[in-house]
Design a binder for this molecule. Structure first.
Ligand code: PXL
Length: 275
């Protein structure tokens, strides 16, 4: 069987355990050749560090894509995460058209908001443009905040299954083929993933803490690695959730590690789950 290749576009936060520094090791551990397009280079992520640097790489991306087109370089999956700005949305569309193999998967992690708020770099204009990527996504992996922004739904802290189903249906109506909605909680001590494919499913697991930074990126990467092996949305969602729980458990007792999760020592458990 031909080995599968993935291309992912997201930022390099040089320090802080998110985006490419998380996606690349996890997808490599899952066994995939993974190419990267850095959307921007930052000294750190933007959630908690003061005075981070930001260098936008938008102008370089068309040249990279032109080169791939000439060389006939193509991939079995495209995974987009944190982008450097709204001009890159058009470039992600171009990537789907030009570097994704026929039958390849576009996995879209909106990576723009959490806990009811947009990340500092983004505004409503960006949200509106990001709706274009919902339309062309094979699998969208938002948290509830991102799903609410993308569907113009008021964000609620307490909600029921009907509310979650409604948000997911809106994403499907907009064009997303499958939805994996993370961080859904119906009970105080539980957290879970809501899945919408032919119908609604929910995988519930223990809640370890209020939440750690970077778990969205760990989740999306671990999900894609598992999904490309099994084509089973529920199974991949569960493996990714179980892995994130292990990573959080491995981190919470170290208060100095507030900026990300120590996912690396748990990679062997992730690999075992994939077997
Ligand atoms: O984990 C999402 C993320 C990725 N990249 C950068 C971020 C964030 C979240 O804050 O700031 C630069």
């Amino acid at each position: 069987m031909k080995d599968k290749k993935i291309i992912t576009i997201q930022d390099i936060s040089c320090y802080g355990q998110c985006s490419l520094t998380v996606a690349l090791p996890i997808l490599s551990a899952a066994g995939y050749e993974t190419a990267i397009i850095p959307s921007a280079v930052l000294s750190t992520h933007t959630a908690g560090f003061k005075g981070f640097t930001f260098h936008d790489l938008t102008s370089e991306i068309p040249h990279i894509l032109d080169h791939y087109k000439k060389e006939g370089i193509k991939f079995d999956a495209l995974y987009s995460g944190y982008l450097g700005g709204k001009d890159q949305i058009e470039l992600v569309k171009r990537m789907k058209n030009e570097v994704l193999n026929e039958g390849g998967i576009y996995a879209f992690d909106p990576a723009m908001a959490d806990q009811g708020k947009l990340y500092p770099a983004f505004d409503n204009n960006y949200v509106n443009e990001m709706k274009e990527l919902v339309k062309i996504s094979d699998i969208i992996l938002p948290n509830l905040t991102e799903a609410c922004f993308l569907t113009d739904t008021p964000y609620l802290e307490k909600y029921d299954e009907e509310y979650v189903k409604e948000v997911m249906k809106k994403l499907v109506k907009m064009g997303a083929k499958k939805v994996v909605l993370t961080g859904i909680s119906y009970k105080e001590d539980k957290l879970g993933v809501a899945i919408y494919e032919d119908g609604y499913k929910y995988y519930e697991h223990e809640r370890i803490s209020k939440g750690c930074h970077g778990t969205g990126d760990v989740y999306a990467s671990a999900f894609l690695g598992a999904y490309m092996k099994s084509n089973d949305l529920f199974k991949a969602s569960k493996i990714a959730a179980d892995y994130v729980v292990l990573c959080i458990k491995n981190t919470i007792n170290d208060p100095s590690h507030w900026y990300g999760v120590k996912f690396e020592p748990m990679l062997k458990e992730y690999i075992a789950m994939l077997k």
